[in-house]
Design a protein around this ligand. Structure first.
Ligand code: HEC
Ligand code: HEC
Length: 305
């Protein structure tokens, strides 16, 4: 209740709570008192529907005691737990504290398990059924919303199972990608290429690199303009993993297939981000995840072991 700026509201809330409980007890006491009788046959004199009479009996004992016990329980609870304004209660309980204790307990329980994985190399873990089961859980909870539950990705979100890597598929590289995140950046390139016709020509040259359907005359004209792209994608168009520039010759398209998609890339460029997971996941969890991701494109190597 640190959001109270002065003590007033805390006292106000506490007072209403106490007054409420006292008022309940007063009501009980008041309605438990014997009423003055108007008739001498132990009725109150109220009659409904012709012959229904209200008797002047006291409240049942068990009911009165239940009521009192409830009120006492409420007061004892308020003394121990936070509830009276900003009073923290005798036990000092907070939901945050309870969450922390439970998290610490959970982490302690899985620590030996993760210690075993941390000592293992990624390819060994890929053959370990328990590591893969945990890796899959972690993936479904933290990665599937972008990369898909089968890790095959979608437009803009890379397929992690095809062996085609923007940044590299070595275990340490995958681990670095997950830990630090990645920021793929291609600037708009139309101005560097020339006229819209030049852009169309380069796009056809790019299509020709992967043997995709293209206009070969335009591709020939566009070839010389590809120099503007070579700094990142390489002279041969095979990409550069140091900067996450994709291989343009493998017929795998992260941002869409065909002339229009490539023209859009050249005209608009693209910023694409893989969010860093450090701080969200522990180093041990990232190690297990890296093994899971690695195993998805190295299945045959694991089976051969
Ligand atoms: C918010 C969406 C998002 C989430 C969540 C996410 N990723 Fe990514 N990830 C991306 C994007 C987008 C890229 C591509 C970045 C680029 O184009 O430069 C990427 C790239 C990657 C790469 C590099 C692929 C390559 O070809 O080099 C790996 C590995 C990866 N992610 C693994 C994971 C794992 C494991 C998780 C779960 C901990 C995860 N990602 C969670 C969006 C996401
Ligand atoms: C400054 C570096 C840089 C330059 C210059 C550059 N690119 Fe890119 N390009 C990238 C990066 C990085 C990506 C991946 C963006 C991402 O992370 O999703 C990319 C992506 C692409 C894609 C999408 C590939 C796919 O799989 O969908 C195409 C097509 C492309 N570039 C074509 C070109 C062409 C043509 C040129 C020259 C006119 C060019 N690029 C110049 C860095 C560059």
């Amino acid at each position: 209740m640190s959001d109270f700026t002065s003590n007033f509201w805390s006292v106000y809330v506490a007072a209403i709570t106490i007054i409420g409980i006292v008022a309940c007890l007063l009501l009980l006491w008041f309605s438990g008192k014997a009423k003055a009788m108007t008739a001498n046959d132990n009725t109150t004199g109220h009659v409904w529907d012709g012959d229904l009479r209200e008797m002047n009996n006291p409240l049942p004992r068990w009911w009165v005691w239940l009521f009192v016990i409830t009120a006492v329980f409420g007061l004892a609870y308020l003394a121990m737990y936070p509830g009276l304004g900003s009073n923290p209660g005798k036990l000092g309980w907070t939901s945050l504290g309870q969450h922390k204790t439970e998290m610490e307990k959970g982490e302690k329980e899985v620590a030996p398990l993760y210690a075993r994985f941390t000592a293992m190399a990624v390819p060994d873990m890929a053959g370990d059924a328990q590591a893969m089961a945990i890796g899959e859980r972690l993936f479904l909870n933290n990665c599937a919303q972008c990369h898909g539950s089968d890790a095959r990705g979608s437009k803009g979100f890379p397929n992690l199972t095809d062996g085609d890597w923007l940044y590299g598929g070595a275990p340490a590289t995958i681990e670095e990608t997950i830990t630090k995140g990645r920021m793929g950046m291609m600037p708009p390139m139309a101005a560097a290429v020339g006229t819209p016709d030049d852009v169309k020509n380069v796009a056809n040259y790019v299509l020709s690199l992967s043997g995709s359907p293209h206009d070969s005359v335009r591709a020939e004209l566009g070839k010389s303009k590809f120099g503007a792209c070579a700094a990142c994608h390489g002279m041969d168009g095979k990409g550069n993993q140091a900067m996450g520039a994709p291989n343009l010759t493998d017929d795998i398209w992260l941002h869409g297939y065909g002339e229009n998609a490539i023209i859009a890339m050249i005209n608009n460029g693209k910023s694409n981000q893989m969010p860093a997971q450090e701080g969200k996941l522990s180093a041990a969890q990232i190690h297990v995840l890296a093994a899971y991701v690695w195993s998805r494109s190295n299945g045959s190597k694991v089976a051969a072991k």
